[in-house]
Design a binder for this molecule. Structure first.
Ligand code: NAP
Length: 264
């Protein structure tokens, strides 16, 4: 990897900095950051040699530019640096909803890869949906994101809306589930501390078991559900009408619709 210029180093940019450093892919000296308020991970990298707000000559050395500002701010971030970049620089965008063709145009026709990552990249367990019609941009994005987790290729850019809804936004769904399980535990009589520990450790353990065993979630569910038992009683609520399936279809449709709206 050559030098990387990161436009925006907040929650997602910071998670990527942590993951890349952990994977040994990028040293702080390979990193340039433009951000008016860099996050904690970016500040740590800056204190160890990453360049903050590089000048035009510095930006001109970037082999890759990571666009990681909020989707509403991407044009202003692009306009501030585009004129300083080397002609062969490649743009990798993690901005939700923003089309590759629009990004390429704003960056003087440079090749673009679009990626929808997750913040677990910070611990090498991210998931990244990748769409990149240009082979060089695809290769650079693949190098960046396989270093911090699993990459899924999308053949059609419009699928990025669904991938955002099912992956980019989905860690928040799980965290909301854990919060609700903790609240339900307290309602059922547990202390908040006990409900917290039980819900968090149980869900983390179950997710790790699914990942490490490679067994389908449906099979794992059946393994822990005795006919007529307590789990089945709960699943009749969770998998009944108004349960997870219709609820998640609605949630995913809402996230995909928001992603489409951000593209306009
Ligand atoms: N967070 C996630 O889980 C996640 C997942 C997938 C994709 N994404 C994508 O990642 C992108 C960033 O999201 P985020 O959650 O990391 O947002 P964030 O925490 O707000 O980070 C964005 C950073 O960019 C800075 N910034 C604003 N304008 C800038 C400019 N013109 N040039 C350079 N930096 C600028 C912001 O500074 P200020 O605070 O001063 O505005 C902030 O520090 C979004 O496009 C989002 O769609 C995020």
């Amino acid at each position: 990897m050559g030098p990387l210029l990161m436009l925006g180093a907040g929650r997602m940019g910071g998670a990527l900095i942590s993951g890349w450093r952990r994977a040994g892919l990028l040293a702080p000296s390979d990193l340039m950051i433009t951000d008016p308020h860099p996050g904690e991970e970016a500040l740590a990298a800056i204190s160890e040699g990453a360049r903050h707000d590089p000048d035009a000559a510095g930006m001109g050395k970037a082999a890759c530019v990571l666009l990681a500002v909020k989707p509403q701010l991407w044009r202003e971030a692009a306009a501030a640096v585009s004129g300083c970049l080397a002609p062969e620089a490649v743009i990798v965008s993690v901005a939700a909803g923003v089309r590759a063709a629009d990004i390429s145009e704003a960056f003087g026709g440079r090749p673009v890869a679009r990626v929808m990552p997750t913040t677990a990249a910070a611990i090498g367990q991210g998931t990244a949906s990748l769409f990149a019609p240009d082979p060089r941009a695809s290769e650079i994005a693949r190098t960046l994101f396989t270093a911090v987790g699993t990459v899924v290729d999308l053949e059609d850019e419009t699928l990025m809306h669904a991938a955002t809804a099912v992956s980019g936004s989905a860690p928040a769904y799980l965290y909301a589930f854990v919060e609700a399980l903790e609240t339900a535990g307290v309602t059922a009589g547990l202390t908040p501390e006990a409900a917290q520990t039980l819900a968090r450790a149980t869900i983390s353990g179950a997710a790790a078991l699914m990942a490490q065993s490679g067994v389908d979630p449906a099979a794992l569910r059946q393994q822990v559900t005795s006919p007529g038992g307590t789990t089945q009683a709960a699943l009749e609520v969770l998998m009944g009408p108004g349960g997870f399936e219709p609820l998640l279809k609605d949630a995913v449709a809402a996230a995909a619709a928001r992603s489409r709206a951000l593209a306009l």
